[in-house]
Design a protein around this ligand. Structure first.
Ligand code: CP
Ligand code: NVA
Length: 313
């Protein structure tokens, strides 16, 4: 079997599963699919294909955008709620992969431990897509890069600052943006900074692309000259026991009018959603003219269509 046709080579568990040119191609296809949808139609490219969607955590955007992407491309999607499969307790992760991959053409999984998507991929006969793990949210990053392309006009040379908890979302957007030549700054409290392996990989990507990656603590300094300010929840799903401690540490990292005023005048504000209004972002900013939040959410649909075509066709 050639590598091109090998499902194993088409897993998408992390940004590092793509090269810079594959990432650029996916974004170009996403834009084209978005235009096609706006002009009335999407080709039924995935007719007869089914995506199994395995969730171990709640979701609005990921579930809806993947399900509609499959349907609009002529295929089908099967939602498996956490209580139904009970992966890891009722049945082992390898056995879920073995069984589900006998029924469907691809699996999209939202898991707690990243090692679970790696195990699913290892035992699955069909490609596996990471719909969010504790290490990465690579599908979100595709939609985010598409939004930056549309709203800022490019990615190479753009100053992108992420303010807040260095988490799954910041890992993926940082890696994707660094791969495409952006100047990425991450501002997080001392105990909530990037894992060394992600920072090293992002620095290597930036070195190859002409971009840069900087980690700092000071949120105010981090947004100086920013074209894009990105934030996410201070408490990710699965970290609820740390809420009290995190709520003490993160308030200086709130994306509010005072912080946004320090960036470029028309800087784009981004958040993967769900937003915790009054915590990491204020109403005024989430609902203001610089907000890219709703474009990001919509772009999940268009970006994932491109990904699904690459993965399942
Ligand atoms: N951004 C995102 O993944 O949203 P959901 O958790 O609603 O899927
Ligand atoms: N960092 C958040 C993203 C939610 C889409 C979480 O993992 O809960």
């Amino acid at each position: 079997m050639s590598q091109e046709n090998d499902p194993v080579s088409r897993h998408y568990l992390a940004i590092s599963d793509l090269t810079a040119s594959e990432l650029s191609e996916l974004l170009a296809t996403s834009l084209q699919l978005k235009r096609e949808k706006m002009s009335g139609g999407t080709a039924q490219i995935l007719r007869g294909k089914t995506l199994g969607m395995l969730f171990t955590k709640p979701s609005l955007r990921t579930r809806v955008s993947f399900e509609l992407a499959m349907k609009q491309l002529g295929g089908d999607a099967l939602y498996l709620a956490p209580g139904e499969h009970q992966m890891g307790t009722r049945e082992s992760v390898p056995d879920v992969a073995r069984v589900l991959s006998r029924f469907v053409d691809g699996i999209m999984a939202r898991v707690h431990a990243h090692s679970d998507v790696v195990t699913l991929a290892k035992y699955s006969r069909v490609p596996v897509i990471n719909g969010l793990s504790d290490r990465e949210h690579p599908c979100q990053a595709l939609a985010d890069l598409l939004t930056i392309l549309e709203r800022v006009g490019g990615i190479a040379g753009v100053n992108i600052t992420y303010v807040g908890d260095a988490n799954n979302v910041s890992n993926s957007i940082m890696l994707g943006a660094a791969m495409l030549g952006a100047h990425v700054t991450i501002a997080s409290p001392k105990d909530y900074q990037l894992a060394p392996d992600f920072l090293a990989l992002a620095v290597a990507y930036a070195h190859a692309s002409g971009g840069s990656v900087t980690q700092m603590e000071d949120p105010r300094a981090s947004v100086e000259d920013a074209d894009v300010i990105y934030t996410d929840a201070w408490v990710s799903m699965g970290q609820e026991t740390e809420t009290e401690q995190r709520e003490k540490v993160f308030p200086p990292y709130q994306v509010n009018a005072a912080l946004v005023a320090l960036a470029k005048p028309d800087a784009l504000v981004m958040h993967c959603l769900p937003a915790h209004r009054g915590h990491e972002i204020t109403d005024e900013i989430a609902d203001g003219s610089q907000s890219g939040l709703w474009d990001q959410a919509e772009n999940r649909l268009h970006a994932q269509k491109a990904l699904l075509i690459r993965t399942l066709k």
